[in-house]
Design a protein. Structure first.
Length: 326
């Protein structure tokens, strides 16, 4: 119950912080009250943050196809990028969510050694992102909302992927998502690794399961850069704070999706039920917003992340101070 109360408190605090135009006394007071309540809860230890990383990578955790099977009706998978090849690491297709046709995207890891190799451990090639873009364009033409399930250590960094234009594919995928006028809901269901994740996560609502992780680099990669050894991965994870609670506080995600006690791997059906409810609720919230307004808000939201602002306001550009982190 304490865990659920904390998640509810963080969700309310995040929603109030997102109200940019209404900063009256009542809202400011409520923000301060919720912040005081949250400060009374214990801050996660380094080891607790690392436990979230381990749960996000748990080999029995549900993957994209496991959720698709339980959440979407009449799912039809679509293959190929119509240019070079099929990428099994990226799942795309059409299904129905509460009777409404939805375009579904998601990265897929493998269950056994053979499947992991075939799906490249969920690390997508440029062909996979081009396949996803093809389905996004189809969704735009037919006015289908888009659901994206993120679960990847990162985009594949191999020579072949670079030769096929990995960086350009990731950039074009983000640019396309920023232009869509249909609702987009993304959820990090496991690992949300760097450009491989954000390539299909530029959404109107970005959700994250309770024990998922979302970071610009893996803890091991960060540790190798900062301490010259991957053995400092726990310290790196504590510095990165890739867990759901911290990413919500930073404004990187919009809401946390609860998981069954012990993690999503303990009860796939319950995890799918909770995720399905969150996706449906987000779709209902977005369905009444005109397409052009969705696009405008989506662009403004992602442009505001990590913004630097001047410490003082000056109309004289020649005396403008050096920007400092906001």
């Amino acid at each position: 119950m304490a865990r659920e109360a904390e998640l509810h408190l963080r969700d309310r605090l995040s929603r109030l912080k997102s109200i940019g135009l209404l900063r009256g006394a009542s809202i400011s007071g409520e923000l301060a009250r919720l912040q005081r309540q949250l400060e009374k809860t214990s801050e996660p230890t380094d080891q607790e943050i690392w436990q979230h990383v381990e749960l996000a990578r748990h080999p029995d955790r549900p993957y994209t196809l496991d959720y698709v099977e339980r959440i979407f009706d009449d799912f039809v998978e679509l293959h190929g990028d119509r240019a070079r090849a099929e990428d099994p690491a990226m799942i795309t297709g059409l299904g129905r969510l509460h009777g409404r046709t939805i375009a579904v995207l998601g990265q897929q890891k493998g269950r056994d050694t053979h499947d992991r190799i075939r799906r490249n451990y969920g690390m997508t090639y440029p062909e996979g992102y081009r396949k996803a873009m093809r389905v996004m364009e189809m969704a735009e033409r037919h006015r289908f909302p888009v659901v994206s399930l993120v679960d990847t250590p990162g985009a594949y960094p191999g020579v072949a992927a670079e030769q096929h234009g990995q960086g350009g594919a990731i950039a074009r995928s983000q640019a396309l998502m920023s232009r869509l006028t249909v609702p987009i809901v993304a959820c990090v269901i496991g690992e949300g690794g760097s450009g491989g994740a954000i390539a299909i996560a530029l959404a109107d609502r970005v959700l994250m399961q309770e024990n998922a992780m979302y970071s610009v680099i893996s803890p091991e990669g960060c540790a190798a850069i900062l301490w010259r050894t991957g053995e400092e991965r726990v310290k790196a994870a504590a510095a990165l704070k890739p867990d759901a609670a911290h990413t919500l506080a930073l404004g990187v995600i919009d809401a946390i999706v609860p998981e069954p006690e012990g993690g999503a791997h303990t009860n796939w059906d319950e995890a799918a039920r909770l995720l399905g409810e969150a996706l449906q609720s987000s779709m209902e919230d977005l369905s009444a917003i005109p397409g052009d307004e969705l696009r405008r808000r989506r662009r403004a939201r992602f442009r505001s992340l990590g913004v630097y602002a001047s410490s003082t306001v000056s109309t004289d550009l020649s005396t403008e101070e050096t920007p400092t982190p906001k």
